[in-house]
Ligand binder design. Sequence first.
Ligand code: GAF
Length: 389
Amino acid sequence: MTPQQQAQKVFIDQFEYQPQVLVYAPGRVNVIGEHTDYNDGFVMPCAIDYGTAISGAKREDSIFRVYAADLQQWDEFDLSQPIKPHFDAAGDYKWTGYVRGVVKYIQEKCPHFKTGADLAISGNVPLSSGLSSSAALEVATGKFCQIVGGLDLTQVEIALIGQQAENRFVGCQCGNMDQLISALGQQDHLLKIDCRSLETEAVPVPQGVAVMIVNSNVKHDLVAGEYNSRRQQCEQAAEFFGVKALRDVSIAQFKQHEAELTALDPIVAKRARHVITENQRVLDAVVALKQGDLQQLGVLMGQSHVSMKDDFEITVPEVDYLVELAQQVIGDSGGARMTGGGFGGCIVALAPQEKIEAVRKNIAEHYEKHTGLKETFYVCHASAGVSVL
Ligand code: GAF
């Protein structure tokens, strides 16, 4: 059953009447440009064909009753009262933070929004795997509120409200990539996003090229992880260069001051090197994709992975190994790298479709033997962003 069908079925089971609204928002995989979004830089993700659906209906009062079908958990809050967190430090009921946070910041933007609703949520984005299940839930919630409340909000505004929920309500200082791609994704395209101007450019996935995702099944958790500290280190580096964000530092400028910054703080210097070079790799990857140059794309993805491993220090050995296994088969016909926030999660590989089975086989033969963990392999399709069905 799809998340859409599941959400509708569960709504009827739990609320015992017919839903009026069905929205769906996808997760994402980032092909290149990691930890560049909160540095005002460039990213190039695509939305994937895994996502979160909300089936719901407007109520006459101001109560939000929410049922998370996959977790079999309830939440309830009143839109006429200040909205407060309901989750605990151990991460229990964390999902409620994404829903409550979005409603809270929608109210900040649209203070008249007091429309209560019943909601059933269901999704199939693997949790804690770096494929943005949280952004999918935030964007789906924002879209749902827009529809039931008749609110004048753009897709970009919905995405940025989702980011605020994460930053100010849940406490993860994430950038804007995941919510933007969940809102703006385009079928069969990657989206180059300028995370400062919010300009986007759709770049077609070349004909015959597969987007593979392999989950290491090493769980990552952005709040508990070191994500926020990476962001701080980037801010320190920007301060050193006297700029608003690392986006404003060219590779030449970095090289000129690299020794000085390294002497001052070698860790901060490495973090800056990753972000500054990664921004350029995104721009180069756009050119490579447009020219159908998969070999060059593979080189850039490989460099991106090494940079995340050595300079940003966000990969884990299991993920490094998955990249190695994928690269062994792909050779110079495409590329592979870690995707997402890091500290576990998934790799992404782009290669001609004929390579899919060989990549799958090489990983199946070696990964579990070597790590004791079983991978999960997905072939995904670049998909459209949030929709009302
Ligand atoms: C996570 C964050 F939520 C994004 O904003 C982004 O920084 C990403 O990690 C790393 O590129 O998904």
